[in-house]
Design a protein around this ligand. Structure first.
Ligand code: SF4
Length: 485
């Protein structure tokens, strides 16, 4: 067990996440004690203790000028994290690839600097020196930020928006899944009711969005291709009837599980303006697919991929996961070799979240998991480069093993713009379906509880399919309060 005590609430977030990244399996107890003298203390397993006096931090900041007290406090917070990082690095004998950058968007920093006109080599130097980011990751973050910036410049961020529709059903539920998804067989009788509600919400959103046009459309889930062909047809028709798709740069259907995809369903997609699909293997190792409850074969993945190519899909993404139970670097190499033969247009590589790794009885493995996943992530990076795919988006989930990142790689014009938009929050996203989260960028910031200003409002739909169906009017009404006031 690890005990953290902070003098101020504002230190707790960074301190917790840096400690968690070094000790992903330890239980952490945290408290704020305004009366304590040190800014932060951390008691590690085995008895060693980190304690940071405010004088030490102020000494470090001596001679620096701050325009506001807020700026000064930010600098103190950064120094607290830096001192703690160096201590943990010394104690564990290892560093973290992303250093003290603990947030889900490590590209945020280079993106802001690029927008300010700071040269790339200067940004890389500052990431290494100020935040202890490794040279490779600093390069990666800058490359992704440059590409995101170029892709986002193609959008009409102010008067456009993006549209999401969610289908929360899957052929079976994979044991590592973090989404709320239900097995289709159990819900077959309610799918039409679900589509009735979804249609109602999409048509209502269409009316609210009058005068604005979507730049991207994304049908995700779940697995949208668990729908029967006529149900898919209905959904796509509703979207086309409700929105002006004349300006759409990208229309993705995350087909996902190969065992849900048929030629008939692909033909339905092709008859509508769908430009990009996903066929997600996660791994090309049959033993792993069996172990994690993905009830499809490697052969099915290959067949469905070629079927989609034959039907004319020229933008196909594939998702992989590094660190699935029992997988070794050799498995990852083999998976990449098989994917290379298929040559998808984009590849998304996720690192398995550590909590889920533990749930698979991987506890004994977690001591080495950091190094193993690190090498698997590198293998995927090299494989993607060999296929001519370059990184275009990057984010981290909390508790990803070893503080790793999820990276999307794509050919030059085949990047998934919607993926960037979810992370960057540069455009409003109207989202329909159970568990969908609508994000509205406000023209004028509002003052929220606690006095903080916000220029983005989230309106979440209920996750339960039954509740979504029965409370659809309420879901629509809540959005109507914000779109576009
Ligand atoms: S197919 Fe995807 S969404 Fe469905 S259960 Fe598996 S991981 Fe989750």
């Amino acid at each position: 067990m690890i005990r953290i005590a902070s003098k101020k609430n504002k230190y707790t977030y960074n301190v917790y996440h840096v400690v968690k990244a070094f000790f992903p399996n330890e239980e952490i107890i945290q408290k704020v004690d305004e009366k304590q003298e040190p800014l932060v203390t951390v008691e590690l397993p085995g008895g060693s203790c980190f304690s940071l006096a405010s004088g030490t931090v102020e000494e470090k900041l001596e001679g620096r000028m701050f325009a506001t007290e807020e700026e000064h406090q930010q600098a103190v917070k950064r120094q607290v994290t830096r001192f703690l990082y160096r201590y943990l690095e010394q104690q564990t004998g290892r560093g973290l690839a992303w250093g003290t950058l603990t947030g889900v968007r490590p590209t945020k920093l280079p993106m802001e600097k690029l927008e300010e006109g700071v040269p790339e080599d200067e940004i890389i130097r500052s990431m290494e020196k100020e935040y202890f980011v490794s040279h490779e990751k600093a390069l990666l973050a800058c490359e992704v930020a440059e590409r995101e910036k170029a892709l986002l410049s193609r959008l009409d961020c102010e008067s456009g928006f993006s549209l999401y529709a969610g289908i929360p059903f899957c052929p079976s539920v994979c044991s590592y899944c973090s989404f709320s998804s239900s097995p289709i067989e159990k819900w077959r009788d309610r799918v039409d009711d679900y589509l009735d509600a979804l249609e109602k919400e999409l048509r209502a959103l269409g009316k609210m969005a009058q005068g604005k046009r979507p730049d991207t459309v994304y049908i995700g889930g779940g697995t949208p291709t668990t729908l029967e062909p006529d149900q898919l047809e209905r959904l796509l028709r509703v979207i086309e009837e409700s929105f002006d798709l004349g300006h759409v740069l990208e229309f993705t259907v995350e087909a996902g599980r190969p065992d849900s995809i048929t030629a008939e369903k692909l033909r339905v997609l092709k008859n509508h303006p769908v430009t990009r699909i996903s066929v997600n293997p996660q791994t090309m190792q049959q033993k792993t697919l069996d172990l994690v409850g993905r009830k499809h074969t490697v052969k099915q993945t290959i067949e469905v991929f070629y079927m989609a190519r034959e039907l004319g899909f020229d933008n196909i993404n594939m998702d992989l996961i590094a660190g699935l139970p029992g997988e070794t670097e050799a498995d990852m190499r083999d998976t990449l070799a098989q994917i290379e033969k298929l040559s998808p247009d984009s590849l998304t590589v996720h690192a398995l979240a550590i909590k889920r790794a533990a749930r698979f009885g991987q506890e004994g493995r977690t001591a080495n998991l950091h190094e193993e996943i690190s090498r698997m992530v590198d293998i995927a990076y090299e494989g993607a480069r060999r296929m001519g795919l370059t990184p275009y988006y990057l984010y981290r989930q909390k508790n990803i093993a070893g503080n790793f990142e999820n990276v999307g790689y794509a050919e030059l014009d085949k990047a998934g713009i919607y993926n960037i938009l979810i992370m960057e929050e540069k455009q409003s996203i109207l989202a329909a379906g159970a568990g969908a989260s609508t994000k509205i960028l406000l023209e004028h910031p509002i003052v929220k509880e606690g006095g903080k200003e916000a220029n983005l409002i989230r309106v979440e739909n209920v996750k339960s399919v039954n509740d979504y169906i029965s409370r659809i009017d309420e879901m629509i009404e809540r959005k109507g309060e914000w779109i576009w006031r």
